[in-house]
Ligand binder design. Structure first.
Ligand code: AKG
Ligand code: FE2
Length: 429
């Protein structure tokens, strides 16, 4: 287990590997190699004159990148067989964004590779279309919620009861994490098969072009990772992250209650399947921090590529900085207006399944900009992994046959990892 750093060409970055590398040669003095490597690292990451001119090296660090000279460290020329030996996954860890002054070619999204022809396409007429803003504290909002979920698959919520002070603390702690030096963030790099830890978006695996973003995932307490990042000073980060997740869980229940209510159902009667059965298998909610550093060429870059969320619903906080866009048939990509203290709710794939296709899982993406470092958080409401997800019984009758076969939360998650945007289609009856 270790971190592979590959330097040279345009794809400068770090890959995490699961497999132990069998080095083609061993026995060089670690200290001697380390001094060479340190120089190559500083050349390879960021120095423009270095792009494409360095030969490719693979560095295997058994310990942490901080202790280079003392680590057991091996270096060898990369060759075609090496790639198969290391089984490097198809998505790199994020770039060292601070040290890049021009957009590397591998981060350029040409308009032809974008799902819509023009990334910012919006006719004058379309500009009037904007995501509904719903006062979730208002008891008479059922119709608005239903319409928003049917037409958009998303809406913004206000009057949700999450204190503004917690927004600010969460933003502060999120910025604190992403401001750490790259090599420190790599101490908690996410393993390819996992959702927790630091890394690039998991959907990167489905796109050839690289995304201008980095993320940090957690499920519940982030203490194990936070301890590695701040050995003496992680308590506040953990406290704030746990508090935000608790607030999001409560809010999600309220919102799901409204969504069901808008279809004539209730949380109590119709969501029993969702709760952990014998207390042993907790719900698998995922909380993600996203960072979109200032980008030298934002019109040609992509922060987070188009996708739908796997969740039942997702609550996104874009910290008052625009960038999130939702796709609507007929209108194209519609920017989600940043509103201080508002939260964005996305209908996810699992909600599309349980609503028997009444609510649609929204296609969305995040763009970047050249002036400010955008941060966002996303809380994904997930069922326990063995809960059976299927169209809710009361929504199915002879006139409305079930559109999807039952799947467990775990099974659907695995389908999404394998099939990405074709996962829903694969369980369609
Ligand atoms: O960063 C954003 O605004 C969107 C985040 C998102 O869609 C996600 O993490 O799935
Ligand atoms: Fe998303």
């Amino acid at each position: 287990m270790g971190v592979l750093a590959v330097m040279g060409g345009e794809r400068v970055g770090f890959w995490r590997v699961d497999a132990m590398v069998e080095p083609p040669w061993v026995g060089r003095s670690a200290a001697a190699v380390a001094s060479r490597v340190a120089v190559r690292v500083s050349w390879g990451v960021g120095a423009e004159s270095g792009w494409g001119r360095l030969s490719i090296y693979v560095i295997f660090l058994q310990n942490n990148p901080h202790s280079l000279p003392n680590s057991h460290l091996l270096i060898f020329n990369m060759n075609p067989t090496m790639e198969t030996q290391t089984q490097a996954p198809n998505y790199p860890l994020p770039l060292d964004f601070d040290n890049v002054s021009t957009l590397p070619d591998s981060y350029v999204w040409s308009t032809t590779t974008l799902p819509s022809d023009d990334p910012c396409h919006c006719t004058i007429n379309d500009r009037k279309a904007s995501l509904p803003i719903i006062d979730i504290g208002d008891p008479s909002t059922y119709d608005l919620v239903r319409l928003a979920c049917e037409k958009w698959g998303a809406f913004q919520v206000i009057n949700h009861g999450v204190p503004l002070s917690l927004f600010h603390e969460t933003e502060f702690q999120t910025r604190r994490l992403f401001s750490l030096p790259t090599e420190q963030k790599l101490l908690v790099a996410r393993l390819p098969s996992k959702v927790v830890g630091y890394g690039s978006a998991r959907i990167q695996a489905f796109y050839t072009e690289l995304m201008w973003s980095e993320g940090f995932g957690m499920m519940g307490s982030p203490v194990e990772h936070a301890r590695k990042l701040w050995p003496q000073d992680h308590a506040k980060f953990c406290e704030v992250m746990e508090q935000w997740q608790a607030e999001m869980k409560t809010l999600c229940n309220k919102i799901v209650g409204k969504m069901l209510g808008s279809l004539g159902l209730t949380h109590e009667d119709d969501m029993n399947w969702f709760q952990p059965q014998n207390g042993s298998d907790q719900t698998q909610c995922l909380f993600h921090l996203n960072s979109y550093p200032v980008c030298p060429d934002p019109d040609r870059a992509m922060g987070l590529a188009p996708h739908t969320d796997t969740s039942l619903i997702t609550v996104v906080n874009q910290f008052n900085t625009g960038g999130l866009q939702v796709y609507q048939d007929g209108a194209g990509w519609v920017p989600v207006e940043p509103i201080e203290g508002a939260l964005v709710v996305n209908v996810g794939d699992l909600m599309q399944i349980i609503s028997n296709g009444k609510f649609k899982s929204v296609l969305h993406r995040a763009l970047v900009n050249s002036t400010c470092h955008r941060l966002a958080t996303a809380f994904f409401l997930m069922p326990s992994s063995n809960a059976e997800v299927s169209p809710l019984r009361k929504l199915v009758d002879s006139a409305h046959p079930p559109l999807y076969r039952p799947v467990t939360g775990r099974e659907y998650f695995q389908l999404k990892v394998k099939l990405f945007m074709k996962a829903l289609e694969s369980i369609r009856l």
